[in-house]
Write a protein that binds this ligand. Sequence first.
Ligand code: FDA
Length: 310
Amino acid sequence: MIDQIYRKAVLTVSGQKFVENIVRKQGWGLAQRFVAGEEVEGAIAAVKELDAEGIQGNLDLLGEFVASPEKANEFAEKVLHLLDAAHAAGVMPYASVKLSAVGQGQTVDGQDLGLTNGRRIVGKAREYGGFICLDMEDHPRVDQTLSQFRTLAEEFGTQHVGTVLQSYLYRTEADRDSLDDLSPNLRIVKGAYLEPESVAMPDKADVDASYRKLVYAHMKAGNYVNIGTHDESIIEDVKHFALAHGIEKDAYEFQMLYGVRRDLQKELAAAGYRVRAYIPYGRDWYPYFSRRIAERPANVMFILKGMLKG
Ligand code: FDA
């Protein structure tokens, strides 16, 4: 409950325009702990650095909901450029995309623009043997994201597109069941948005229990699972569950955020587990940065200390 109150407080404060203005002005130096750069070159350099430690990359051009088709298309072009740049640099074009940033919810020529741009992006990833994970956003977008994921998976194959399920939502167990026929590659996370209690579990213990249940169900169904968490006790339990059920290490991977628990990332990779770091980059870093701060009280101290230093 305390976690929930803290998270709500940080996300509410960070949503205030004057706070955003101050942090945007002074915060880039601090944001670099979680963000690999403002341009694609920085992100690709980060992938190569991690690769030397046996950790793979998941590139993410930062950006969230855009209100105009022009902006959405502009963003989609940048994602296509990212895939080209990764391919040209000899890096696996594995990226995450928020459909709201490429036009989800905007109708152009009778089609949802998020889906149209999703097709362009996943199509390009397939051309390069890459993979696109459709990030999950706040709860009003879940239905559309899951339905667009299904369309893209059927058109391009689940080896080139996956999505994310959030364990804090009451609906997620049923969502996972409903996707089983696709044998999808899913990332399971706890959920990072400020959600009402009518849709999301308020207690951390319930979110954690739901997390384990989802991962185990997806593993038992024989699907590839991306375990997107820094929670060591869950990671330990998943390792034991896999061992007990004869699930090989190449049937799942651990995913963590760039700059978070690098020690654990390295330790798991050294022990022969697949590990992938989610590597965000770009100029629109503020909302992403705010969610990372909201996840851990110590991160607020890190910000305040940094700001006091000027
Ligand atoms: P929890 O919050 O319980 O933290 C476990 C431990 O990890 C903490 O005790 C702390 O030590 C450490 N930790 C966690 N966050 C930290 C931070 N920011 N800084 C320092 N330490 C931290 N969400 C979403 O809604 N949609 C999405 O698409 C994604 N995608 C995604 C991809 C990947 C690869 C990851 C790892 C996470 C996401 N998330 C996400 C975010 C996710 O929902 C969740 O908010 C964070 O992962 C934090 O929760 P944990 O599972 O790490 O557990």
